[in-house]
Write a new protein. Structure first.
Length: 282
């Protein structure tokens, strides 16, 4: 019983000492913040292990160019909020936090914006994970999907962003689609990693359904006749897929009311039985 009371007294004294020490540190820190002269700038790029769009030196240079280099300045005259606002003007920086330390160094912690895909055309830029445009950096090239052609900025941050997100989340399409191309008429073409057939998606309308039909063609059709037999697959039309045979004008048409695919030539020649491919209805 006595031991229990003694233990409680020790715990109470310990808590009191911790509170006194914490109060002293807060008081001392406040006093230092007012009178200490900044002796160094410690720039920390928190995500530099996975990408290097901007360097610590460049971050310090941004502050220096705006007269915000804190070295040699009293703490009470330094506005960390102004430093943060200036850094956030840079299109490669996502977050910035600046704070003073007891040692006399001012710490700047920065995270970079994360690119989702790259636009290559009349102008080149990334679209980041927040649907914002970010410039290409001379320091670093991100390994992300590439979209080329006539890409409008509004398209890039809306329907194209949604389409790329869909591809990323689907293991099959993420592995199969190598590049996206926007034609001058704003129709979308997909360049596959496997096979020679360029896929004409058309618009982004109902792209989920179009890709489901294309997957059926891949798994039930191309796996039978080969992946290099066709050089173009057209998904623009509702309820059918039109495939152009490599080096010829004949096409393959898949309609929702049929259960097979047959090649038909412009001259209406007879079709070998081996060209028939059993497919599910679209």
């Amino acid at each position: 019983m006595n031991l229990s009371i003694f233990s409680k007294i020790l715990i109470g004294i310990s808590i009191a000492l911790v509170l006194v020490y914490a109060s002293f540190i807060i008081w001392q820190s406040a006093d230092i913040n007012k009178n200490t002269i900044c002796v160094g700038l410690d720039v920390q790029l928190l995500d530099n292990t996975r990408m290097r769009f901007i360097s610590e030196h460049e971050i310090a240079k941004i502050l220096d160019s705006k007269g915000l280099n804190p070295v040699g300045t009293k703490y009470k005259e330094i506005s960390t909020e102004s430093m943060e606002r200036e850094l956030l003007r840079n299109e490669l920086i996502r977050t910035a936090e600046c704070y003073k330390t007891i040692s006399g160094k001012l710490v700047v912690e920065v995270t970079q914006r994360t690119p989702k895909f790259l636009i290559v055309g009349n102008e080149s830029y990334y679209v980041d994970s927040d649907r914002k445009l970010m410039p290409v950096s001379p320091n670093y090239a991100a390994y992300v999907p590439v979209v080329s052609g006539r890409v409008l900025r509004g398209m890039a941050t809306r329907e194209l962003f949604d389409f790329v997100t869909y591809l990323e989340k689907d293991t099959f399409w993420n592995a199969q689609i190598e590049q996206i191309f926007v034609r001058d008429d704003l129709k979308i073409e997909l360049i596959p990693r496997v096979g020679n057939a360029v896929v004409l998606l058309g618009s982004f309308d109902n792209f989920e359904k179009k890709l489901r039909n294309l997957r059926e063609l891949y798994t039930q059709g191309f796996n039978v006749v080969g992946w290099n037999r066709y050089d173009k697959v057209d998904l623009q039309y509702d309820g059918q897929i039109v495939c152009t045979i490599t080096g010829t004008k004949p096409i393959v048409v898949i309609k929702p009311d049929t259960t097979s695919v047959k090649d038909s030539t412009v001259e209406k020649k007879s079709i070998p039985i081996k060209e028939s491919i059993a497919l599910k209805k679209i």
